[in-house]
Design a protein around this ligand. Structure first.
Ligand code: UD1
Ligand code: CA
Length: 462
């Protein structure tokens, strides 16, 4: 939008969260609160988005990494009005309107902000703000209207009279200002109130007393505008977002066995005909391909799962890729850029770390595969361990196509098992095995005939 700047106020600590992190850094469905607000604001394509930061400034900046924003420092947090003042100088160099929003109301939709801006542009008002009717208005600034229904002022909970506290129309904290009038009114703000803070909400009364027009735009969905001040509200809004995400998934053709018990981060992509069992967690930039089934108790983070994969109970898959038709689990762990091919089998109690497995390769039970490059149709027997760490560095195990690793083998890296070679069960392999060879690396068995009887005779009972 032309002649529009946006300001997100995000400098506060969020004392009521009782946290070491700034409030706007807390996640809802895997996305930091500030990023959700930012996305809604950025969708309007303002000429510039200013973000006022203070507490935990570095991490707050970090949470918007990769997104265009201009950060403004509010050195001391002396209130929401004071935060707006911090952006004042930069704003005064701009023309048009400033959309100012709080960083702690993350369910806001771009369409609602657009409605506010458009309403403002079509009116004669110097300021327009959203209001909503709250069933429980506790904690919010209340909207005071004159007998003609025009907004006169906003009074904070702490400064309100018992009569004013009964008002259910609240200020959720979304404003559109005419920039010159905003700058003018900011200059008149004082901190004569219960908290000794500069309130952005006082701008309304200041402008009204100056005889200027202020418009209150009543929005019909209070839930969308709700702010977060406490962990409880964080959980409530997080749950609401999660519910919404799960509904969207179902609408797009995903089966959720129990939509109340599926935890899917907002950025996760789930293709159609996927089945998610209860207690599945899908995080970050995960993508789940068509027709894949994910059973209970599994967590998948920042991973790409191809179509038609079966992931059984209690698996942990992080930062990895799984090819189509592969089965994983139950109780398997796949991590650190592991890339598993198609039609593979990663069975119970198998851990795959930073390795690639070619198509059709199987590790069906109890194995540790780390820093390995494994070809196609390899069979990794139960109990196989790649001994990748020599105390100083990680070494690579290479296993070529069609090799067969007998159960309970140790492959001491760096080592290479040639194409089609066999490793006998129980071997400790320290040297390369040529293609199609059989490597046996274990002590030869001796049977001592009659040994038990002789032992018993030596130790006669007393
Ligand atoms: C504020 C409003 C209240 C409104 C409510 C809606 C004021 C005085 N009150 O109260 O009318 O109903 O939000 O949720 O504005 N911030 C700064 N710098 C500061 C203080 C705050 O950047 O010095 C930022 C915070 O990071 C936060 C936002 O402003 O994102 C709101 O601050 P908060 O302290 O949560 O205000 P409320 O008490 O909720
Ligand atoms: Ca708040």
């Amino acid at each position: 939008m032309e002649n529009l700047c946006a300001v997100i106020l995000a400098a506060g600590k969020g004392t009521r969260m009782r946290s070491n992190r700034a409030k706007v850094l807390h996640n809802l469905c895997g996305t930091p609160m500030l990023r959700l607000v930012y996305s809604a604001v950025a969708a309007l394509e303002p000429e510039q988005v200013f973000v006022v930061i203070g507490q935990d400034a570095e991490r707050v900046c970090g949470s918007l990494e990769g997104f265009p924003a201009y950060f403004v420092h509010q050195k001391e947090q002396l209130g929401t009005g004071h935060a707006a003042m911090a952006a004042g100088e930069l704003l005064s160099q701009r023309r048009g309107h400033a959309l100012v929003v709080f960083g702690d109301a993350p369910r806001i939709k771009a369409a609602t902000l657009r409605k506010l801006v458009q309403h403002h542009r079509n009116s004669k008002a110097v300021t327009s703000l959203l209001t909503a009717l709250a069933a429980d208005p506790f904690g919010y600034g209340r909207i005071l209207r004159n007998p003609q229904g025009k907004i006169e002022a906003i009074v904070e909970e702490r400064d309100a009279t018992p009569e004013q506290r009964k008002i259910r129309e609240v200020n959720p904290g979304f404003y559109c200002f005419q920039i010159p009038d905003l700058i003018d009114a900011l200059g008149k703000l004082t901190n004569n109130n219960a908290q000794k803070e500069y309130y952005i909400t006082d701008l309304v009364a200041i402008q009204r007393q100056d005889g200027k027009e202020v418009e209150a735009v009543l929005h019909d969905d209070f839930e969308e505008l709700r702010g977060i001040n406490t962990r409880r509200e964080l959980a409530e809004l997080s749950r609401a977002l999660s519910k919404q995400k799960n509904l969207e998934l179902m609408e797009s053709g995903v089966t959720l066995i129990d939509p109340d018990c599926a935890y899917v981060d907002l950025d996760v992509v789930v293709e159609k005909d996927v089945i998610l069992y209860p207690m599945v967690t899908l995080e970050g930039r995960t993508r789940i391909g068509e027709g894949t089934v994910v059973r209970s108790g599994t967590r998948i983070s920042n991973s790409r799962i191809a179509p038609e994969v079966e992931i059984l109970e209690s698996c942990l898959i992080t930062d990895s890729e799984i090819g189509s038709g592969t089965t994983v689990g139950p109780s398997a762990r796949v991590r650190d850029q592991a890339v598993i091919g198609s039609r593979c089998r990663i069975g119970n109690f198998v851990e795959i770390k930073k390795s690639t497995l070619g198509d059709g390769t199987k590790a069906a039970h109890l194995a540790y595969v780390g820093d390995a490059v494994i070809g196609r149709n390899v069979n990794i027997g139960a109990g196989t361990i790649t001994c990748n760490f020599d105390g100083q560095r990680k070494n690579v195990t290479t296993i070529e196509d069609d090799a067969f690793i007998g159960t309970d083998s140790q492959l001491v890296a760096p080592v290479r098992i040639g194409r089609g070679a066999y490793v006998a069960a129980g071997s400790c392999i320290t040297e390369d095995v040529p293609p199609e060879a059989l490597a046996v690396a274990r002590a030869r068995q001796i049977n001592k005939e009659g040994w038990v009887r002789r032992k018993l005779m030596r130790t006669e009972p007393k």
